[in-house]
Design a binder for this molecule. Structure first.
Ligand SMILES: [Ca+2]
Length: 425
């Protein structure tokens, strides 16, 4: 059993209600290097050492409030991105390379699911998130986000929907929504602040609300100037009906120049989206500039600032904006760093298996750690955050509560894995 090497060195500062988490200097940014072209090898992010191979496990890990027993469920999945549990406990896992995998009774089916629409590979795009319809038991609908486009990286994000019948072929697959987020064709426009290639920053997390609507993040494509514009889905969170049409009660419906799917604006690269199962509030994580990664509560019609109002430093070294408290813009609940933590998709701890973590938010990060965020009695985020799971040395992309009450995490590696976290003894 290893101790947490960094917990003692972790500095936690408090800045008018927002906590800033310091963490190991070895961690870098997951923004792809400039010039990462379509089809180019997926280079390791700047500052990140090569991935260490995941050991056999299991691992017994001591954390502040819970001892953990971590085990590998499946391995050999290439950059897994999203995980959904089927009613019988089987799992569907998307791979960024466009493949959908199924885990039946705990065993990875060697044959990927067929019937999906082709995805545009390259950069950080591909097949991304997955969600089941709230009435999946009746309609068997599976939703997946992906990048769609042309070989020259003129691309956008879309949602395909298909019917899962338990075989290895998805049926009746079609696009229900294609975002008005086309971008990437040469010549690229002049952009500020050293923004990265067009093949990154797609966002594309999805989550169904209790209102039955599908919420979807759409990243800024490293063209942050568009995140504040009304007439594009770039840099927005969207709200759709389950067939991809526009709900009539969206905030900008009927307003001149606004795309009606827009729920909120001013986002950089939102790679986490999850409803709090108790309060029903929608929480989001996004990659900000260096030292400006964010945890946000998403509320109808609000502007979350990017690229105008943000904390952190730009990637070309331009001075920190450090702006908050600006009228008309919503600040993050937490701004992380510097350095950046590169947040993935967090999970709310529910059930009774992790009594020390009741109501906490576990945030996997691409900086090879997870952050535990807790809350005080009034629901306010606590200033202390716990950094953990560094001993596994893996980038973490997605996390979910299983129907068995355990926590499941996908590693974002070429030899990726699905891990199960159980309480330890
Ligand atoms: Ca923001």
């Amino acid at each position: 059993m290893k101790s947490l090497r960094w917990s003692a060195a972790m500095a936690v500062l408090t800045l008018s209600g927002a906590a800033v988490l310091a963490q190991p200097p070895a961690s870098g940014t997951a923004t792809p290097p400039a010039g990462d072209a379509a089809g180019a090898p997926r280079a390791a992010p700047r500052g990140m050492p090569p991935a260490a191979k995941l050991g056999e496990g299991p691992w017994d890990i001591k954390t502040e409030k819970q001892n953990l027993h971590v085990e590998v469920v499946v391995r050999g999945i290439d950059h897994p991105w999203g995980l959904a549990f089927l009613p019988n406990g089987d799992m569907l896992i998307t791979q960024r390379d466009g493949k959908l995998r199924v885990v039946r009774k705990g065993v990875l089916d060697p044959n990927p699911v067929t019937g999906l629409l082709p995805v545009l590979p390259g950069g950080l795009g591909g097949l991304m998130d997955i969600a089941l319809h709230p009435k999946f038991a009746q309609n068997h609908w599976v939703y997946m986000t992906y990048t769609k486009g042309e070989k020259d990286q003129n691309s956008t994000v879309a949602v395909m929907r298909g019917r899962w019948d338990g075989t290895n072929t998805l049926k009746d697959v079609k696009d229900i929504f294609v975002a008005k987020a086309w971008y990437g064709k040469a010549p690229l426009p002049v952009r500020c602040c050293g923004q990265g290639p067009q093949s990154g920053s797609y966002g594309s997390r999805i989550a169904f609300g209790k209102d039955g609507k599908l919420y979807m993040t759409s990243g800024d494509r490293n063209y942050g100037e568009l995140a504040q514009l009304k007439g594009t889905h770039i840099g927005k969170i969207l709200r759709l009906n389950d067939d991809g049409t526009v709900p009539r009660d969206n905030p900008f419906v009927g307003q001149k120049e606004w795309l009606p799917e827009i729920w909120t604006l001013g986002h950089r690269n939102p790679l986490g989206l999850t409803f709090n199962p108790v309060t029903g509030a929608l929480w989001e994580t996004e990659f900000g500039p260096r030292g400006g990664d964010e945890l946000n509560i998403i509320e109808k019609g609000k502007n979350y600032g990017w690229i105008t109002v943000t904390q952190g430093f730009h990637y070309n070294g331009e001075p920190a904006k450090g702006i908050k408290g600006v009228d008309g813009y919503t600040d993050p609940v937490i701004a992380f760093g510097p350095p950046s933590i590169n947040p993935g998709n967090p999970v709310w701890v529910t059930g009774t298996r992790f009594p020390g973590w009741k109501g906490d938010l576990i945030l996997p990060t691409m900086s090879r750690s997870a952050v535990r965020i807790s809350f005080d009695a009034s629901g306010r985020v606590a200033t202390h955050q716990e950094l953990m799971l560094q001993e596994l040395k893996q980038r973490f992309r997605d996390s979910r509560m299983g129907p068995d009450g355990y926590i499941y995490i996908l590693t974002d590696e070429t030899d990726g894995a699905l891990l199960r976290i159980k309480p330890g003894s």
